[in-house]
Design a protein around this ligand. Sequence first.
Ligand code: NAI
Length: 308
Amino acid sequence: MKVTIVGAGAVGASCAEYVAIKNFASEVVLLDIKEGVAEGKAMDLMQTATLNSFDTKITGSTNDYSKTAGSDVAVITSGIPRKPGMTREELIGINAGIVKEVSSKLIEQSPDVTLIVVSNPMDTMTYLVHKTTNLPKNRIIGMGGALDSARFKYRLSEALECPPSDVDGMVIGGHSDTGMVPLTRLATRNSVPVTAFLSEDRLNQVAEDTKVGGATLTKLLGTSAWYAPGAAVSGLVQAIACDQKKMFPCSALLEGEYGLNDLCIGVPAILGKGGLEKIVEIDLDEAEKNKMKESAEGVKKTNGLLEF
Ligand code: NAI
């Protein structure tokens, strides 16, 4: 199992570390355009191998895509992150060019790869990869919902004053401050709906805190977060690499599912060796359907800024 991560910045390196620690991949290639950075981070990470008990071989490359040949899964984190006060959508100008170039170079070396797009604005970048490459649709997946759901569960656990592991829940919709749809109605604490414990006002507050989860961290850190994003991506990589058939909300190309067409947006999906093997359609109530529709309009507006 060979995994490539393009962009050895904060999220890419964090993802490489989690993949290595989980010890399921034989090889991880970190690639970056900045001279020496990927090699340096790969070496640093390899020096944790005996400390963290993993056998994954991590190597770095400065923009030499031949090193990525034969990758089963490749993660695209290359591009610029947002600074305090910026929206993810504002990154489109620079990141679209980078994502387009990187995805085509990856596919040249690994025609059967499954691509996981992380660079923001992620739903639009995932759509761009669908439109500009000829990979089958199940092999292009956007990561956002897995992270947003982890943030949602954390916020719920705070409100419930319980360990995060007691909580289950999901965020669907666009990966943006206004587009996320946290499914509070369906969230549970050990199978008991959270609505049994928390008032509607408190749940609305949890949903709002979740939606601005990334912005809150960006304000504190001066750049966007990396631990939870890296961990979330590594979960998707593992589900594909180990054929786990695990369900995550992922940005998928919709062709009628949820009444939506011709965009990528977060919906529950099963991941396994076939990449995104199945989109799961759950019954949404009217309010959730409306939020999903509004979210899709937002994503489509950003997609409209793309130049192919
Ligand atoms: P970063 O600035 O730490 O790392 C980005 C790396 O990409 C840099 O090392 C840079 O040299 C490299 N790069 C730029 N152009 C390249 C090219 N053409 N080829 C190869 N490498 C190239 O940024 P960070 O924090 O790692 O974020 C990366 C991206 O991920 C950003 O767009 C950010 O908004 C996004 N992000 C998405 C999340 C999600 O849930 N989808 C969560 C967190 C970040």
